[in-house]
Design a protein around this ligand. Structure first.
Ligand code: AP5
Length: 213
C-alpha cells in the first residue's frame, strides 16, 4: 500500500499515519521528522533547513526530493509506505510522479485531512513531543500519564519551536498557498479521499480505515 497524507499543519497526519503503520506494516515517511533529525544531528542539511522551519516556511524542493529518493532505496519501503507531509508543492508532486515512474510504482490513495484553521491553532499550541522517542501528545486531548514525561520512555516532553501562534499562522498561509493545489493534482488522478478531521482521534481513525478498505 502506497499512501500520501495531505492536510494543514496539526490536522493529525502524524497521529493517523501511526495507526496505519501498525495496520499495514509499512513505514511512515515524515519529511518533517527527517528534517528534525538532521537539525538534531546538526548536519549541513539540518542547519540550512532549521532557518526555513523556524520561520514556518518550506525547505527547498530539491533538498526534499533528494531526501525522499534516498529514503525509497531502504529495504522497509519495498512493500509500501505512508508519505506524511510530502509532497507539499506542485514541483514536489511532479518530482514524486517522476521518481515513481522510474521505480514502476503507483500510489494507491491520497488521504486528505481537512479541518478549520481555528481548530489547528488550538491543537498545535497544546501539542507536546517526546525528546527521546518522538511520540506526540496533546495536553488537552491526549495527555501523558505523568505531566511532562513520555509514557513510553519517560523522557522530557517539549513544545516544538514552530508551534507558537505567529509561526502556526505562517505555516497555515504556506499550506493554503503552496500545498492545497497539490490536492487538485491528485484529484485529477482520482486518488483523493477527503476526511473531515474535526472529531476525536478514534473517530477519525475509523473513518480513515473505512475509506481505505
Ligand atoms: P511537519 O513536521 O511535517 O509539520 P506539519 O505538516 O506542519 O504537520 P505537523 O507535524 O505539525 O502536524 P500533523 O498533521 O502531523 O499533526 P499531529 O498528528 O502531530 O513539518 C515541519 C516543517 O518542516 C515545515 O513547516 C517545513 O518547514 C518543513 N517541511 C516538512 N516537510 C516538508 C516538505 N515536504 N517540503 C518542504 N518543507 C517541509 O497532531 C497535532 C496535535 O493535535 C497533536 O498534539 C495531536 O495529539 C493532536 N491531535 C491529532 N488529532 C487530533 C484530534 N482528532 N483531536 C484532537 N487532537 C488531535
Amino acid at each position: 500500500m502506497r499512501l500520501i497524507f495531505i492536510g494543514p499543519p496539526g490536522v493529525g497526519k502524524g497521529t493517523q499515519a501511526k495507526f496505519l503503520v501498525e495496520q499495514f506494516s509499512i513505514p511512515q515517511i515524515s519529511t518533517g521528522d527527517m528534517l528534525r533529525e538532521h537539525v538534531r544531528n546538526q548536519t549541513e542539511l539540518g542547519i540550512e533547513a532549521k532557518t526555513c522551519m523556524d520561520a514556518g516556511k518550506l525547505v527547498p524542493d530539491s533538498v526534499i526530493l533528494e531526501m525522499i529518493k534516498s529514503r525509497f532505496t531502504e529495504d522497509d519501503c519495498q512493500h509500501g509506505y505512508i508519505l506524511d507531509g510530502f509532497p507539499r508543492t506542485i514541483p514536489q508532486a511532479e518530482g514524486l510522479d517522476f521518481i515513481l515512474e522510474g521505480l514502476n510504482q503507483k500510489l494507491d490513495s491520497v488521504v486528505v485531512l481537512e479541518v478549520a484553521d481555528s481548530i489547528i491553532i488550538h491543537r498545535l499550541s497544546s501539542r507536546r513531543s517526546c525528546r527521546g522517542c518522538g511520540r506526540v501528545y496533546n495536553l488537552l486531548f491526549d495527555p501523558p500519564q505523568t505531566a511532562g514525561k513520555c509514557n513510553e520512555c519517560n523522557e522530557e516532553l517539549y513544545l516544538r519551536d514552530d508551534d507558537n501562534p505567529d509561526i502556526i499562522q505562517q505555516r497555515l498561509s504556506v499550506y493554503h498557498e503552496q500545498t492545497a493545489p497539490v490536492i487538485e493534482h491528485y484529484a485529477q488522478q482520482n486518488l483523493t479521499k477527503s476526511i473531515e478531521a474535526a472529531g476525536s482521534i478514534e473517530d477519525i481513525k475509523s473513518t480513515v480505515m473505512a475509506a481505505l478498505s
